[in-house]
Design a protein around this ligand. Structure first.
Ligand code: FAD
Length: 449
């Protein structure tokens, strides 16, 4: 860590990517000095209409940053590549009532910066009951208690592993117990959207999410969109290049050119790793390593309409969850949340490699597999209109949220260090709420400091 910071500090003396030796003393006129002329050319044309800060991306981090700047009376412009605000927070009413395509719960609500904006939220922990299918039957209460105990052992193993070198979760998680594979599948492949082999144990512990877990009746996407109201946001303005060779930044795309004193870059590590934005000069190796050490996991969400008037409740109460314990030789299980807020729909998730494999097929295939999984547990259901998300192939995201690879738990701290006129912010730079909308919001606010 120390050596990474040192290399970053020395990097700033050659920011133009050209090494220039110059005998000009600070404060000297230096009119004929090549370095001074070069610097003037790089910085010069800031006009009064240029914002102080340009923000790349109108997701939670970008919106939080813009609001913080506005509250300080500072100017900014948000450039959003897509046709809407919110990024990975997006609510729709396609199935007749609000449904989030991305962020769904406000996790760790007691320390989540978005909780203060949430109204009529439901603490899912208070109303959630598990229904777990074990082979051809439902788990007994004693088995559900054994699963909870196995989850506690999993958490304790992560905590104990924090004292040693950073390894894969698969290496430190309990194994061999009757519910260990089930718990590892749920907590890693499903919730973290990545298999335990590819997850840093330190990062998982550092970003452990306790309750309360709040569901919002209007949707988190709708809340974030409301919080973006009246901010200076330009939609359909996809940034393709950022020149940070001068004291300020020059940001380019098909929309034209924007100059500013600073840039806050909030796009996902998936977009950064894919070279979606060309940096001039290239980012220092430590930042590139950090980006590649925080690859995107994939969680695909799907939902089905299922009208109660058609007998669609299947004996399951609103907010309850239904899922299957994994079995060798079977497809990895998906998880389902039934009738949120008593509505006529249910939604579910598939994460990890199964999600990536399905993302390469037409959406109908995800729905076919999900329907088969659901009806395999509950029997035939009167399922109606459906939707499935596509975060994995959308070039504005390329995944759902970042996960540190084993050994890369320090990557978030590297990426969030200011770099000249650049600053990266978003869920990937959070130290404590990584992967979450609350983490993204807090990082956006922190980036303006
Ligand atoms: C299916 C799913 C379920 C989730 N569930 C939860 C949950 O329950 N709870 C939770 O807390 N979190 C959840 N998350 C994660 C949460 O949504 C994200 O962590 C958070 O929204 C990320 O915000 P951000 O501002 O960091 O990034 P983003 O939301 O990705 O914002 C970045 C913005 O940059 C834009 N952009 C990309 N490239 C460019 C470019 N070149 N030029 C200009 N703009 C560009 C994008 O369009 C986007 O709007 C979930 C995510 C998904 C996908």
């Amino acid at each position: 860590m120390a050596s990474r910071l040192a290399s970053k500090a020395s990097r700033s003396s050659t920011r133009a990517g050209v090494s220039i030796s110059c005998s000009c003393m600070p404060g000297s006129a230096g009119g004929g000095c090549i370095a001074t002329l070069l610097k003037m050319r790089q910085t010069a044309p800031m006009s009064s209409s240029d914002p102080e800060v340009v923000i790349i991306g109108a997701g939670a981090a970008g919106i939080a940053a813009a609001r913080a700047l506005r509250s300080q009376g500072r100017s900014c412009l948000v450039l959003e590549g897509g046709p809407r605000v919110g990024g990975r927070a997006h609510s729709c009413a396609t199935l007749g009532s609000p449904l989030d395509h991305g962020a769904t719960w406000l996790h760790a609500a007691d320390r989540n910066p978005l909780t203060r904006f949430a109204t009529a939220a439901k603490n899912h922990d208070e109303v959630r009951e598990r229904h777990v299918r074990v082979g051809e039957r439902w788990a007994e209460p004693a088995e559900l208690a054994a699963i909870s105990a196995a989850e506690e052992r999993f958490d304790a193993a992560l905590e104990a592993a924090r004292a040693g070198p950073d390894r894969a979760v698969s290496e430190v998680a309990p194994r061999g117990g009757p519910w260990d594979a089930t718990v590892t599948h749920w907590l890693c492949t499903q919730i973290q959207a990545r298999e335990a082999e590819y997850l840093s144990a330190h990062d998982q512990f550092d970003n452990g999410l306790e309750g309360p877990n709040l569901l919002l009746p209007g949707g988190i996407g709708a809340l974030v969109a409301e919080l973006a109201r009246d901010l200076p946001i330009r939609l359909n303005a996809r940034v393709t290049g950022i020149d940070w060779s001068g004291p300020g930044v020059v940001v380019r795309g098909e929309f034209g050119t924007v100059r500013a004193q600073r840039a806050i870059v909030t796009v996902s590590t998936g977009v950064l790793a894919a070279g979606g934005i060309r940096f001039t000069p290239a980012l220092p190796p430590a930042y590139q390593q950090a980006i590649h050490g925080l690859p995107m996991a994939l969680l695909t969400k799907f939902a089905f309409r299922c009208a109660s008037s058609l007998g669609g409740r299947m004996g399951i109460e609103p907010f309850h969850t239904v899922r299957r314990a994994p079995q060798p030789g079977h497809e990895p299980p998906m998880g389902f949340i039934m009738w949120p807020f008593g509505r006529d729909h249910l939604f579910g998730f598939v994460g990890g490699e199964a999600a990536w494999a399905l993302s390469r097929q037409p959406p109908a295939e995800t729905l076919r597999v999900a329907r088969a999984e659901l009806e395999g547990m509950l029997g035939p259901m009167p399922l109606g209109q459906a939707l499935v998300t596509d975060w994995g192939t959308d070039p504005l995201f390329l995944g759902s949220y970042s996960q540190a690879l084993p050994g890369m738990a320090g990557a978030r701290a590297v990426l969030r260090e200011p770099l000249g006129a650049l600053r990266f912010a978003g869920e990937a730079t959070s130290l404590g709420l990584a992967g979450t909308i609350g983490g993204a919001w807090a990082e956006g606010e922190a980036a303006v400091a």
